[in-house]
Design a protein around this ligand. Structure first.
Ligand code: GLN
Length: 485
């Protein structure tokens, strides 16, 4: 059961081979046994989960037939969940119980999915290794001495360790794709605006986007069908007719044109990653695809532009955490200003403070034009690069991350080294494009490698088709880490 796809679980529930309550119990028991080692979940609540499962069983008994009805899954702790703790990986929100559900969470509830709990993450989604979480780092199920990636590290580790069949994540600069790559999963960041950000704690609003983290592309399509959709409570939510993201899964790939950005295949990528990516490209050629070199001449500026824009937005978004209305408040203070200062000094970790300082600086009078405005111009150039590249190809491919999962502590002392983990993913967020990571082999130390697939705007169904066809002929995505059996 723990190795079944969402489709198989859905069929087993429909065929009454298993009830939602039984299924939830199987996963809860695994979580209770393995989570003390992996630290992927920060909140579990057996009684509430089982109550949701029984409610799903009841809905089925009433004749309801939605594909995710009774299927267990878990949410990154950045999504507000009514009545449950929503910590965003921070001491600042360690005591915060949300009074409402995020839009994405309410969509899953309406679909009848059962929530197994809330997943660990880098504090306020700032990080690439999960080491910035207030609740301690998540372990990579493939090697407990290595990071799972971040910031959706709890989501990635929980799915890889079969603690949940699927999870939600969010991706501001790579936080779905990079942990998916490091843990051997399929992760999809949709086009900006496809999933509502309502109730998703904001990091950098113009970049943040929710998406599924699953074992297969087929499962990602099922998840995205539930998550996507217009929401009037998010002013950047797109009003588009509903789509079946799985509609093209079975289309053959003959004639597919794959763009290979020369900037992604230069130096910077480890040899083991390169070998796995090249092998995957050969697989695609066998499936009838052709490859063409494309240029993304401004992509080298994506990391610097991101580290102006994202902190700028974060410094504004995080100003709401002032110790007044919710979250951490210092125990002792003299006046109001001291209460703000002490609460924020105690509640935020070092990486969050670094971003607030950078963001405040680049937005300040006198530096705004030199940094923030400049970064916005670069952002436009990057989007235009992609637009031109997509005139020559249907999808773009390359590595998701420059290396396999690294060891704890290896990059945490040097923020710039950590920031470079997202060198291949960040441009996609800046351009608002959809991107995926799919497992394409194993590299050094037997760690998984991810292939990045980037689609044109609203190319989710195409990307899923491209990923699914590859997964029909390979089994990288089906491998299970030995240590967590
Ligand atoms: N690692 C990047 C950062 O720290 C991206 C994080 C994300 O996508 N949430 O900003």
């Amino acid at each position: 059961m723990i190795d079944s796809s969402l489709k198989q679980l859905s069929a087993a529930l429909a065929g009454k081979q298993v009830s939602a309550a039984e299924l939830a119990t199987v996963f809860l028991e695994r979580i209770e046994r393995l989570n003390p080692t992996i630290n992927a979940f920060v909140t579990i609540d057996r009684d509430r989960t089982l109550a949701q499962a029984r409610a799903a069983d009841e809905r089925r008994a009433q004749g309801e037939r939605a594909p995710l009805l009774g299927v267990p899954l878990a949410h990154k702790d950045i999504f507000c969940t009514e009545g449950w703790l929503t910590t965003c990986g921070s001491k600042m929100l360690a005591n915060f119980v949300s009074p409402y559900d995020a839009h994405v969470v309410s969509r899953f509830k309406a679909a009848g999915a059962v929530m197994l709990g809330k997943l660990n993450m880098d504090e306020f989604a700032m990080g690439s290794s999960n080491e910035t979480s207030h609740f301690g780092p998540v372990k990579n199920p493939w090697d407990l001495d290595r990071v799972p990636g971040g910031s959706s590290g709890g989501s990635a580790a929980s799915v890889a360790a079969r603690l949940t069949p699927a999870a939600t994540g969010t991706d501001t600069g790579g936080s779905i794709r990079q942990p998916a790559a490091l843990c051997g999963l399929t992760g999809l960041k949709p086009t900006y605006g496809v999933c509502s950000r309502f109730g998703m704690i904001a990091f950098a609003s113009s970049l943040d986007q929710a998406g599924p983290m699953t074992r297969s592309a087929e499962d990602s399509a099922l998840m995205l069908n539930a998550m996507a959709g217009y929401d009037e409570r998010d002013s950047t939510s797109l009003q588009r007719p509903p789509e079946d993201y799985g509609r093209d899964l079975d289309k053959p790939l003959a004639g597919l044109r794959i763009g290979l950005p020369r900037e992604f295949f230069g130096s910077g990528m480890d040899d083991d990653v390169r070998a796995a990516v090249e092998a995957a490209l050969n697989e695609y050629r066998k499936l009838g695809a052709t490859t063409v070199e494309v240029g993304l001449p401004n992509s080298g500026l994506s990391v610097p532009a991101y580290y102006v824009i994202a902190p700028a937005e974060a410094s504004s978004n995080l100003s709401r955490f002032d110790g007044v209305r919710y979250g951490h408040r210092a125990a002792e203070y003299g006046d109001l200003v001291e209460m703000y200062c002490k609460s924020r000094a105690e509640g935020f970790g070092a990486e969050v403070k670094r971003r607030i300082l950078i963001g405040t600086y680049v937005l300040s009078h006198g530096y705004y034009d030199a940094y923030y405005l400049k970064a916005q111009k670069i952002r436009r150039l990057i989007a235009t690069d992609f637009q031109r590249a997509f005139e020559q190809c249907d999808v773009i491919m390359g590595p998701t991350a420059p290396s396999v999962a690294f060891r704890f502590g290896e990059k945490s002392a040097d923020p710039v080294q950590m920031y470079l983990s997202d060198i291949y993913t960040i441009a996609v967020n800046l351009a608002g494009l959809p991107g995926m990571s799919i497992p394409c082999g194993f590299g050094a130390h037997g760690m998984p490698v991810g292939l990045q697939v980037i689609g044109p705007w609203f190319g989710e169904a195409k990307m899923l088709n491209v990923a699914h066809q590859y997964q029909q002929g390979t089994d990288w995505h089906a491998r299970m880490p030995e240590g967590v059996k």
